[in-house]
Design a protein around this ligand. Sequence first.
Ligand SMILES: NC(=O)c1ccc[n+]([C@@H]2O[C@H](COP(=O)([O-])OP(=O)(O)OC[C@H]3O[C@@H](n4cnc5c(N)ncnc54)[C@H](O)[C@@H]3O)[C@@H](O)[C@H]2O)c1
Length: 208
Amino acid sequence: MYIAGAGPVGIAAAVGAQLLGAAAVIVGDLNEDRLAQARSFGCETVDVSQGDPKEQIEQILGVPEVDSAVDAVGFEARGHGTDASHEAPATVLNSLMDITAAGGALGIPGLYVTGDPGGIDEAAKVGSLSLRLGLGWAKSLSFTTGQCPVMKYNRQLMMAILHDKVQIAKAVNATPISLGDAPRGYAEFDQGAAKKYVLNPNGYIKAA
Ligand SMILES: NC(=O)c1ccc[n+]([C@@H]2O[C@H](COP(=O)([O-])OP(=O)(O)OC[C@H]3O[C@@H](n4cnc5c(N)ncnc54)[C@H](O)[C@@H]3O)[C@@H](O)[C@H]2O)c1
């Protein structure tokens, strides 16, 4: 299983993959602190600033493909290797179609938009991406995307947490902060902090 993106969404997807029994969970990002966070609970990691994740996945698994993959990056994706310095919105989707084995599945919680005024070109400004969909078709890949139906999973995940089957707060490095610290929390999150800030306005989280 390959998960692109080691932000809170990618890390939560990695925990979900472990919970569901994936043999190996590989997380990719270009942020070393976030990759270290993924390794802290047993994931393998790839640094996409070093190049296409395919080669690094082959070094880990012995084969350059996975059974399923998650895009936890979305339209703000950076390119791979030397292209990691700039935005390349179709990078992750094209890469996942390449590395997922025929008949596999792609989960795409990463956000794609209908309009992006700051897009890198005219196509990106209206949410059009240069996708190699023919490859996905030829490999009979399944795609699931859109707003996550969180209530569908809410009860089972709550029970998994209450019965110590998953340590999600530890995995995402949940960090309670006061309302006054919220601007700092947002700024640090924007800079790629390996933390999931949780607003704690009334001090209701005792550990805070
Ligand atoms: N579907 C839903 O219901 C839902 C809910 C919440 C968030 N989202 C979306 O999920 C995505 C992830 O959310 P987040 O809060 O973890 O975001 P985030 O920005 O904190 O994390 C994204 C990570 O992707 C990394 N990245 C950039 N390019 C990459 C590449 N080519 N390969 C691998 N990693 C790359 C970044 O360095 C960053 O660490 C966002 O697009 C967000 O809008 C969707």
